[in-house]
Design a protein around this ligand. Structure first.
Ligand code: THU
Length: 150
């Protein structure tokens, strides 16, 4: 199903969103001042959280989602099951949810294909949260490895 509003009430989800919010404290964002936090829950229950890390050479900036996801899969035998994403602007959580950029959607989707399982995506602003059951819902017309063989 497509991306849709959700009221976060499950303790596991509340905790994951809280961990994403905590992760914004380590954001390195002197250029955008946009502090993004992501928390990835693995199937084994372990959580890896991270924040966006910027660079004076702007294309070298890395989103919170990719820092968290790639660190998680580089350090765990388990698979990503759910990711929570939040952001702060001028020190306050954005009212509206922040949704992953195209490059992060591509990385999320490759992980679903790699582990043969969907990743639930929670995007939480202070005023509204959105949920997607799979990165596939965020990436219609995706590029994937089967196209490399064409
Ligand atoms: N950013 C993220 O970390 N995740 C997103 O989903 C959107 C954007 C970061 C990249 C950059 O450091 C800052 O937010 C502004 O684009």
């Amino acid at each position: 199903m497509a991306i849709r509003p959700i009221h976060i009430s499950q303790p596991q989800d509340l905790q994951l969103v809280g961990q994403a919010l905590q992760a914004t404290a380590k954001s390195y964002s002197p250029y955008s001042h946009f502090e993004v936090g992501a928390a990835v829950r693995m199937e084994d229950g372990r959580v890896f959280s991270a924040s966006n890390q910027e660079n004076a050479a702007y294309p070298a900036c890395v989103c919170a989602e990719r820092v968290a996801l790639l660190y998680a899969t580089a350090n765990s035998d388990s698979r990503p099951e759910c990711i929570a994403i939040v952001a702060k602007n001028a020190g306050r959580q954005t009212l509206q949810p922040v949704t992953p950029c195209g490059e992060c959607r591509q990385v999320l989707r490759e992980m679903e294909l790699r582990y043969h399982a969907p990743i639930r995506i929670l995007m939480c602003g202070a005023g509204q949260c959105l949920e997607a059951d799979s990165a596939a819902d965020l990436l219609p017309g995706e590029f994937s490895s089967d196209q490399l063989a064409r």
